[in-house]
Design a protein around this ligand. Structure first.
Ligand SMILES: Cc1ncc(COP(=O)(O)O)c(C=O)c1O
Length: 459
């Protein structure tokens, strides 16, 4: 830690004593004092009181412009009136029945109109839907192995929890990365069934198909790697994966848990013009309620109809989440709102770029749809290994300095990115930029003094 960062953390502690106390109390009963490991960071996380529109308040009474937005699950913003109204109505009509209802068909129609899928099933989280997508791909091909990209996050099931954040000593060849379990409890058999490739490296994918002929069921991927800040696919990469899947009889699964809503009206396949075989959706399609969906062609989803693949879930299509989903598709994720957030995203991104270049910070600003990130690297990253070469303390300096001035610029963690909601305004973006303008010279100074420190990022 260096002086300027120490000062920002001291200011953070001064502003948030109630959060500190709440966290200390929670630690006794809840591991790390939080309900998801991602919510824990040093010295302690901010405890939230409430949120409305583009803003939240913590339990110390501080207000923040919120670009965390529940790790990108709230492109609707907090308490979007259409979502609140839809949910309120359903709360009085019964929340869950474990019986079919007509909203299911309605939401399936909305999804099939936007994404290149013919049939859909629903769940409650991203983890759930990527898990089912992998299982269906395995059943459809009669094969067990799945290719995933090093550094990619697809949730918490055994197939997904491989090589999420491998350490440098574990990497192996970048053209054939090692498969590393993302923590204890992931069975070796599961790890052995995940072949890891490097993002933006078609050769590494080709290698896997050659190494395991006739054994790869699918490639699961985020069309934009979002577990490393924001890493765009190079031209031809997605098209190359499509061809490799076709040539080898494997399915291409787009994990659009983040990109599905936050990239464009029709998600990544619309944005990039590449059609996957399966799509997984969650986060922002639910307007703040737990809702996931996976879809594919009628033939592939027919495996469920034919009782060849099992799918179920007590809380699937509970009326409240479905009402929120319908309101979100119909009244939040509209073409007009995409135009609105598109303008705000351009303003924020260009504003950051101007400030970065004015203060001489060696960094760039990545942006796609309503997602963006200040990337503290001299050159654009291409994959997970590039991403690890970040000055973590400089990033923490950025995050805490912004928070101390009332802007939650993105979720804590240098592998995350900001989200802009439909309820953000020009004034919010101007305030965000004004704060960054105040903070940026200190970042540039610290960076110049420290040089490019790149130790052990994200590990
Ligand atoms: C791309 C992607 N897939 C899957 C998931 C898992 O979603 P959930 O946290 O709803 O289980 C996430 C969560 O961050 C994600 O970003």
């Amino acid at each position: 830690m260096y002086d300027a960062l120490t000062r920002e953390i001291a200011a953070y502690e001064k502003r948030t004593p109630e959060s500190a106390a709440a966290h200390k109390r929670a630690e006794k009963r809840i591991p790390l004092g939080v309900a998801s490991n991602y919510r824990h960071y040093e010295p302690y996380p901010i405890f939230v009181k409430d949120g409305k529109g583009s803003k939240i308040h913590d339990i110390d009474g501080n207000e923040y412009i919120d670009h965390n937005l529940c790790f990108g699950a709230l492109m609707a913003g907090h308490c979007h009136p259409a979502v609140v109204k839809a949910v309120e109505t359903k709360l009085h009509e019964g929340t869950t029945f474990g019986m079919p209802h007509v909203q299911e068909w309605e939401l399936a129609e909305e999804i099939c109109a936007r994404y290149p899928v013919e049939m859909v099933r629903f769940g409650s989280s991203g983890t759930e839907v990527t898990m089912h997508a992998c299982r269906i791909a395995r059943a459809a091909t009669g094969r067990d192995k799945i290719i995933k990209f090093e550094g990619a996050y697809h949730g918490l099931h055994d197939t997904a929890l491989v090589s999420v954040k491998p350490k440098e000593g574990e990497y192996g060849d970048e053209n054939a990365p090692n498969s590393i379990p993302g923590g204890g409890g992931v069975p070796k058999s599961a790890v052995d069934n995940v072949a890891v490739a490097s993002f933006n490296n078609l050769k590494s994918v080709e290698n896997r198909f050659k190494q395991f002929p006739g054994q790869i069921a699918a490639i699961i991927m985020e069309p934009i790697l979002m577990n490393v800040g924001l890493c765009l696919p190079e031209p031809g990469f997605l098209e190359g994966l499509r061809k490799l899947c076709d040539a080898n009889g494997a399915l291409l699964i787009f994990d659009e848990v983040k990109t599905g809503a936050k990239l464009a009206w029709g998600g990544a396949s619309d944005y990039f013009g590449v059609k996957p075989d399966m799509i997984c959706l969650a986060k922002s399609i639910g307007g703040g309620l737990p809702l996931g969906a996976f879809g594919a062609s009628s033939k592939t989803m027919g495996l469920i109809s034919d009782h060849k693949v099992f799918h179920g879930g007590t809380y699937n299509t509970n009326r409240v989440a479905m009402a929120a989903g319908l309101a979100t598709f119909r009244e939040v994720l509209t073409r007009e709102n995409y135009a609105h957030v598109g303008k705000l995203s351009k303003k924020l991104t260009e504003g950051y770029r101007t400030i970065v270049s004015k203060v001489g910070l060696k960094a760039y600003v990545a942006s796609a749809g309503v997602n963006g990130a200040l990337m503290l690297y001299p050159r654009e990253i291409k994959n997970y290994r590039d991403w690890t070469k970040i000055d973590v303390d400089l990033w923490r300096h950025y995050w805490f300095a912004m928070v101390n001035r009332g802007v939650l610029a993105q979720p804590y963690w240098w592998y995350e990115q900001w989200t802009i909601s439909v309820q953000h305004s020009d004034a919010d973006i101007e305030r965000h930029l004004a704060v960054f303008e105040e903070v940026a010279p200190g970042l540039a100074k610290a960076q110049a003094e420290r040089g490019m420190v790149t130790a052990a990022a994200g590990h």
